[in-house]
Design a protein around this ligand. Structure first.
Ligand code: CR1
Length: 834
């Protein structure tokens, strides 16, 4: 039968409903209304920021309509849902992305122009939401875009940090300086919905008293409130608009009234500060773990709130808990949310009174774990005393899991003590430590790495014992992906338009089925098409040059080849190899005659990236880049042929300008160290060629685009271990091993780029153990760059390579990746909002 209207006069209600504004007049009307009321401003004093805010609020209204409908639809249908738990979401800007996904960009452009503003200027007003460090956080953002675009019922859960990743300043000496990023300070954030009614209490500290039947009573300690903020995630050309729920911490009561009444104002304020501090700042470390109590507090706060929310939603369906895995899949983005495993056990056992064995079945059929690195310094471990103090009940549960687990291992491998010690959840030592990767592994239904090589390394190195114990079928691979919406349509609109025109389809077709790009292949042979392709690359280079001109006041030679390396500063990523290669190139140019120089292909080298604030060697690398740039760029003999720029404060929105402008990009990690990389995919999708080592997703990119379209160099993964052994026990001086490199190091040490002594610690990492094997790969690296120069001489062939590269990148859409998770792990299906 027909549902009864809930209250009042149905017709009056329905006349009040609005739908998404799709026509220019209704769009401008909505913008003007927001200027008038939401902003309380007027036409005559409205600046770009105000106009952006009003336009954003207008788009926000549209998103809310779709978001509401989507959430209602999911609730009614009650499909199985997946939850992506990530401590980082590097969303970047939202305005442009929302307009493109809604298909309203041109209408808004027209409306904004009519109101006397310029779309590009308004887009620049938005601050990045930079709640992440690097690839791991940006991957999470791409997966949200793909989930919504593929109409999958997926929610993200994260933290609403007051301060995102620090802003990077570079001092005149080349020092990185960090400044806070108060991204919310500009007032209201139009892209989120505060849900002040959705709150949970989260406990820390206290005591856990064991009760009969494996249960326990955890009480006392500190209680903190988690408040939900929902970020709307629109899909591309669909109504489906998913949710990213970010938690903010708040004191349970504004003040501790007892202390307040007793006149102890400071104590009262302090406890409220300590609650608020939990979500105040994103940890700026990429690939290192610090045993900081506050970080563990963040991790528990977030997993506890998210699980409480997930369990509440499940209970609303009215099914028994045995059906939990039929309705819920939880993906752990690295080990940061591993506490979800003992927390779900605690809820099931202590609150729902489910016996241990059944609870463990539910958990291990619900949780999935993605590993993102095999670097030892990035594998999380927490001191047992800290865990016991902060989370006494969880420590008990971890001990119990460990006991049952080791009993099973002992049964399969009787008497193998070393194996037990290797596999235990607890690492012996002072203090003992909880190994989070082991907990994540045994508590999960599936474990995956993020590229073929990396997944193989996970199986054969860090989790080898677990593969032997549990069998290989639990361990698999999902190669990372990137969203072609942001990383082609949004950042490279001209290329996007050329592709649609050439394929004679609407962009929504190929943007959601990226394998369609293959149809571009025949056009590589079409001279007219190549001309258009090259012209777009040239305009993107000019756009980047314009950006450098306006932000840094520097003039870039747009007739040179653009060579880009942008990523977090880390020894394993080897920005050092790049800058030493640049210096080598400079020294070579200096020795040439004027006639020889005429034949040289001009090159502009761009670097950007942040170093963890405490990472001394990485900061020295920045310093060397900046000072080498200063000297090289000022040399009148060579500056037409070689210039170097370090662009400060790398961000998602800076990447959107750099990537479409690159001729080549560098992904040159020591083989076996870069799990996947995702910017490599972004450059290739935009027709930039790849210079790289045989590592991470570089390998699969080369397979897809053809090895003749990439420039590979360096030792392969199986050689790395032996080489490191040799460096350790039979060191050969760099002068013997690699004379050209020795010369470069000497120039740096002798003060060619400012006080050479400053760089000694950096140079010593190479001269001594050279853990990242720069001396081993230097010559083949220089060789690869010479091949690049050679290939660039044949411009037409180069453009063909560029076209073929883009055309073969379909596999690297994050739509493919998220569908693999959905189909082979989570077992969820699309739920289309009609
Ligand atoms: C890896 O280093 C990968 C991203 C996303 C990083 C990088 O190669 O592309 O994850 N790992 O999977 C990471 O941040 C903590 O580990």
């Amino acid at each position: 039968g027909k549902e009864k209207w809930p209250r009042g006069d149905e017709k009056t209600w329905k006349e009040g409903f609005r739908s998404v504004n799709t026509e220019v007049p209704s769009i401008t009307k909505s913008i003007v209304n927001h200027v008038q009321t939401s902003l309380a401003r007027q036409a005559y004093n409205l600046d770009d920021l105000g106009a952006y805010q009003a336009a954003a609020l207008s788009v926000r209204d549209d998103l809310i309509l779709n978001w509401n409908e989507t959430q209602m639809h999911y609730t009614r249908k009650a499909p199985k849902r997946a939850y992506y738990l990530s401590l980082e979401f590097l969303m970047g800007r939202t305005f442009d992305n929302a307009l493109l996904n809604l298909g309203l960009k041109e209408q808004y452009r027209e409306g904004i122009t009519k109101l006397g503003f310029n779309m590009e200027d308004l887009l620049e007003q938005e601050r990045d939401a930079a709640l992440g460090n690097g690839g791991l956080g940006r991957l999470a953002a791409c997966y949200l875009d793909s989930s919504a675009s593929q109409e999958l019922p997926v929610w993200g859960y994260g933290l609403r940090y007051q301060y995102g990743i620090f802003q990077q300043l570079i001092s005149p000496e080349g020092q990185q300086l960090e400044q806070p990023d108060p991204w919310l300070a500009g007032g209201e954030n139009p892209w989120e919905l505060p849900r002040l009614d959705v709150t949970y209490e989260v406990r820390f500290y206290g005591t856990a008293e064991r009760l009969p039947e494996g249960r326990a009573l955890w009480q006392g300690g500190q209680e903190v409130l988690a408040v939900a903020y929902d970020v709307m995630v629109p899909g591309c050309y669909t109504k489906n608009t998913n949710n990213l729920r970010l938690w903010e911490s708040k004191p349970k009561r504004g003040f501790d009234l007892n202390s307040f009444n007793a006149g102890d104002y400071e104590h009262a304020v302090e406890s409220s500060n300590s609650a608020a501090a939990i979500t105040s700042v994103l940890y700026p470390n990429d690939h290192t773990t610090f045993g900081k109590e506050l970080r563990l507090k963040q991790q528990y706060f977030w997993t506890a709130a998210s699980l409480a929310d997930i369990v509440r939603r499940f209970k609303n369906i009215g099914k028994p808990f045995s059906a939990f895995p039929d309705y819920v899949a939880i993906q752990l983005n690295d080990t940061h949310p591993t506490l979800a495993i003992p927390e779900l056990m605690r809820i099931l056992i202590d609150e729902e009174e489910i016996p241990w064995g059944k609870a463990w079945d539910i958990v291990t059929n619900t949780v999935f774990y993605t590993n993102h690195t095999v670097l030892p310094e990035a594998l999380e471990k927490w001191p047992v005393p800290l865990m016991e103090h902060l989370l006494p009940r969880h420590m008990q549960i971890i001990y119990d899991i460990n006991l049952f687990f080791l009993q099973a291992v002992e049964k399969k491998f009787p008497g193998d003590r070393d194996r037990l010690a290797r596999m235990s959840l607890i690492e012996e030592g002072f203090p003992k430590q909880v190994r989070m990767a082991h907990l994540a592994c045994i508590g999960s239904r599936k474990v995956n790495g993020v590229a073929e090589l990396h997944s193989e390394l996970v199986r054969t190195t860090i989790l080898k014992d677990f593969v032997e114990f549990e069998g290989p079928s639990k361990f698999s691979n999902v190669t990372n992906g990137i969203t072609p919406r942001r990383w082609l349509d949004q950042c490279n609109p001209e290329l996007s338009a050329l592709i649609s025109k050439t394929l004679k389809v609407d962009k929504s077709v190929w943007l959601k089925d990226l394998d369609k790009l293959k149809e571009l292949l025949p056009y590589a042979e079409d001279a007219g098409f190549r001309k258009e392709w090259a012209a777009i690359k040239q305009r993107n280079k000019e756009r980047l040059a314009h950006h450098v001109q306006t932000t840094l006041g520097l003039t870039v030679n747009t007739h040179a080849m653009f060579d880009v390396q942008i990523k977090r500063l880390h020894e394993y990523k080897r920005q050092t190899l790049n800058i030493l290669g640049v210096i080598h190139r400079y020294l070579t140019l200096k020795q040439m005659t004027a006639a020889e120089r005429k034949k040289v292909n001009p090159r502009v080298v761009f670097f950007a990236g942040k170093a963890a604030p405490g990472y001394y060697i990485a900061k020295l690398t920045i310093r060397l880049i900046v000072n080498a740039a200063r000297i090289i760029n000022a040399d009148p003999e060579t500056r037409d042929l070689l210039t170097v720029y370090f662009l400060p404060d790398y961000s998602v929105s800076l990447a959107e300008v750099l990537i479409p402008a690159s001729d080549i990009s560098q992904h040159i990690s020591t083989a076996g160290t870069e799990a996947s990389g995702t910017s490599n995919m972004k450059f290739c999708l935009n027709g930039g060629l790849l210079v790289g080592t045989v590592d991470g997703a570089n390998i699969e990119i080369a397979e897809a685009v053809g090895e003749n379209n990439v420039f590979f160099f360096g030792h392969l993964t199986p050689a790395v271990e032996d080489l490191r052994y040799q460096h350790m026990y039979h060191p050969v001086p760099v002068e013997e091993k690699c004379p050209p490199l020795a010369k470069v190091l000497d120039c740096v040490a002798s003060g060619m780029f400012g006080d050479g002594g400053v760089y000694e610690p950096l140079l010593n990492t190479i001269r001594q153990h050279d853990y990242y094997l720069i001396t081993e790969d230097f010559e083949s690296y220089i060789g690869a760059l010479a091949m690049v120069d050679q290939a660039y001489l044949d411009k037409e062939e180069w453009i063909k390579k560029s076209i073929r590269t883009t055309a073969n990148m379909g596999k690297f859409s994050s739509d493919r990746a998220i569908l693999e998770y959905a189909e082979s792990f989570w077992n969820i299906e699309p739920v289309k909002v009609a």
